[in-house]
Design a protein around this ligand. Structure first.
Ligand code: HEC
Ligand code: HEC
Ligand code: HEC
Ligand code: HEC
Ligand code: HEC
Ligand code: HEC
Ligand code: HEC
Length: 318
């Protein structure tokens, strides 16, 4: 009897367990399915919402030649829809980087230049937090935090034309980055890079030679005197060793941005430069004098021949 009861209990428990598992699977399956559907539906919905906002903004900002006058300067407010759509952020609403603008119509708090870059920086930070954290430690980032004139995200990456880093059209692509730095850094630094081994190679499209960012970094650029800088005396060997694997001792010790005329900073270079100038002058003088003496000799020769043939001619005619 008791055996029968036990059998029944077991049967109830087992079938109860079976039904529970069955129900859990069905319900979670339905839930999961709904979740997937909702996600896709929401994604479609949000990209459609973005498209709607963008069309609204582009009604005015898609107009070629749309400008505003500020401090006597014409500022272009035109945003090319085609360029924007091709950029990495092309499916985002304009308001991801310019929040609140859709409600602020006509815009009352318009700012431009560095002030606008400063505003947008916070939005870049919302999605690129790790990069921005690095950036905040750099010379450029510290000046940005102080609201000063400096390189903001948009200065090195563009605003509505941000492309992937391996795209040759990107303004921060390896072969373009030195031109981008050159927008703000000119003079000695650029001149010396242009004529350096690296600069010349990069100019010819050689992607393996060092660019500004290989030696200085991109989001962690520090002043050369800062011991943490990639180009400080102590870190320089490691920086060069990224590419110069078997460099001799002292390879990294030389000055980088230095012209031969700079006697104080680079005496050996200055001396070599002077010796070369003397050699070149000597060489020109030597080669030049050879040519001149040879010319004189030849002219004399011509006169001799003329004299000779003249006397013969008279002889024949007589
Ligand atoms: C990824 C972020 C980002 C998105 C998305 C974005 N912008 Fe911008 N926008 C910027 C930055 C950065 C600047 C500042 C550029 C500068 O000062 O050089 C800017 C500047 C502007 C300006 C001022 C004029 C100028 O070009 O400097 C206008 C107008 C503008 N954006 C409109 C738009 C419109 C319209 C859209 C959508 C089609 C859009 N933005 C989407 C980042 C963005
Ligand atoms: C009815 C036309 C119109 C529409 C629509 C419009 N804007 Fe503007 N926008 C302007 C004008 C005009 C200015 C210049 C305002 C000024 O300098 O006082 C401007 C300036 C801007 C600037 C630069 C100034 C700043 O402080 O940011 C940005 C960025 C901008 N608009 C973004 C947008 C975005 C994003 C949208 C869509 C949500 C949008 N605009 C929709 C007319 C328009
Ligand atoms: C001084 C120039 C400069 C500034 C300022 C700058 N970047 Fe960059 N950034 C670069 C360079 C150069 C690279 C390319 C690195 C490479 O080719 O590997 C890069 C790469 C990136 C990448 C892609 C690769 C990665 O490291 O994840 C992102 C995202 C990025 N930057 C975002 C930002 C944001 C956001 C800001 C502002 C907080 C910013 N950058 C400021 C120069 C700059
Ligand atoms: C709404 C979030 C969002 C905002 C705001 C945003 N980004 Fe991005 N960004 C992305 C995503 C997502 C990608 C990757 C796109 C892809 O892989 O196609 C990306 C890609 C990039 C890349 C290319 C990275 C690579 O690997 O080549 C750069 C550079 C970049 N963003 C810079 C910026 C800058 C500068 C700003 C501010 C002006 C900004 N982003 C604002 C989300 C954002
Ligand atoms: C939008 C302008 C701008 C751009 C673009 C820019 N910088 Fe700068 N940079 C500055 C300003 C401003 C300072 C601070 C003033 C100074 O010290 O010259 C600075 C400082 C520096 C310093 C520290 C100089 C020192 O010893 O004090 C280095 C190194 C540097 N930048 C390298 C770069 C490199 C490399 C790039 C390109 C990847 C770049 N910068 C792009 C504006 C810019
Ligand atoms: C991103 C890679 C890279 C980095 C970083 C780099 N170089 Fe170069 N460098 C090259 C390439 C590539 C060449 C040309 C090929 C060659 O001759 O080896 C070159 C050539 C040179 C040359 C002339 C030819 C030679 O091999 O002697 C000198 C000098 C030089 N580099 C010095 C330096 C110094 C000093 C540093 C560090 C401050 C440095 N480089 C960092 C890639 C780099
Ligand atoms: C091969 C490595 C290398 C490359 C490439 C390079 N630099 Fe430098 N940079 C250095 C070193 C090392 C210093 C430290 C001072 C010196 O040696 O001239 C320096 C110093 C600087 C300084 C500070 C100068 C000062 O007087 O305080 C700036 C700004 C700078 N570089 C910008 C750039 C820019 C912009 C580019 C690209 C056009 C670039 N550098 C390319 C290695 C490099």
């Amino acid at each position: 009897m008791w055996k029968n009861k036990l059998g029944n209990i077991c049967a109830y428990v087992l079938s109860g367990l079976f039904v529970t598992i069955f129900l859990v699977v069905i319900v979670s399956g339905m839930f999961f399915g709904f979740f997937l559907f909702a996600r896709t539906a929401f994604a479609v919905d949000s990209s459609q919402a973005a498209e709607l906002i963008n069309q609204q903004c582009l009604q005015c900002h898609g107009e070629k030649g749309f400008t505003v006058q500020r401090d006597g300067k014409n500022i272009s407010l035109f945003v090319s829809e085609a360029t924007y759509k091709e950029s990495v952020h092309g499916t985002n609403a304009c308001t991801t980087c310019h929040p609140g603008m859709e409600k602020d119509m006509p815009h009352k708090s318009a700012v431009y230049g560095q002030a606008l870059q400063q505003k947008v920086l916070q939005e870049c930070e919302a999605c690129h937090d790790k990069v921005t954290k690095d950036y905040r430690t750099s010379v450029h980032g510290k000046l940005a935090s102080a609201g000063k004139e400096t390189a903001y995200c948009g200065d090195c990456h563009g605003s509505h034309n941000v492309l992937k880093k391996e795209n040759p059209e990107a303004i921060y692509y390896r072969l373009n980055i030195s031109d981008t730095c050159a927008n703000c850094h000119d003079g000695k630094v650029m001149d010396t890079y242009k004529y350096s081994f690296h600069g010349t190679a990069v100019n010819f499209g050689y992607t393996k030679a060092a660019t500004c960012a290989d030696c200085h970094g991109n989001h962690t650029i520090l002043a050369a005197e800062d011991p943490q800088s990639m180009v400080s005396a102590q870190n320089r060997p490691e920086t060069c060793a990224q590419c110069h694997f078997f460099a001799r001792d002292g390879f990294a010790k030389g000055m980088e941005h230095v012209t031969p005329q700079d006697k104080k900073a680079a005496l050996p270079l200055y001396i070599v430069w002077k010796i070369f100038i003397v050699l070149i002058i000597f060489d020109f003088a030597k080669d030049g004098s050879i040519v001149i003496f040879e010319l004189i000799r030849q002219l004399r020769g011509v006169n001799e021949v003329k004299k000779h043939t003249k006397s013969k001619d008279t002889g024949l005619n007589a």
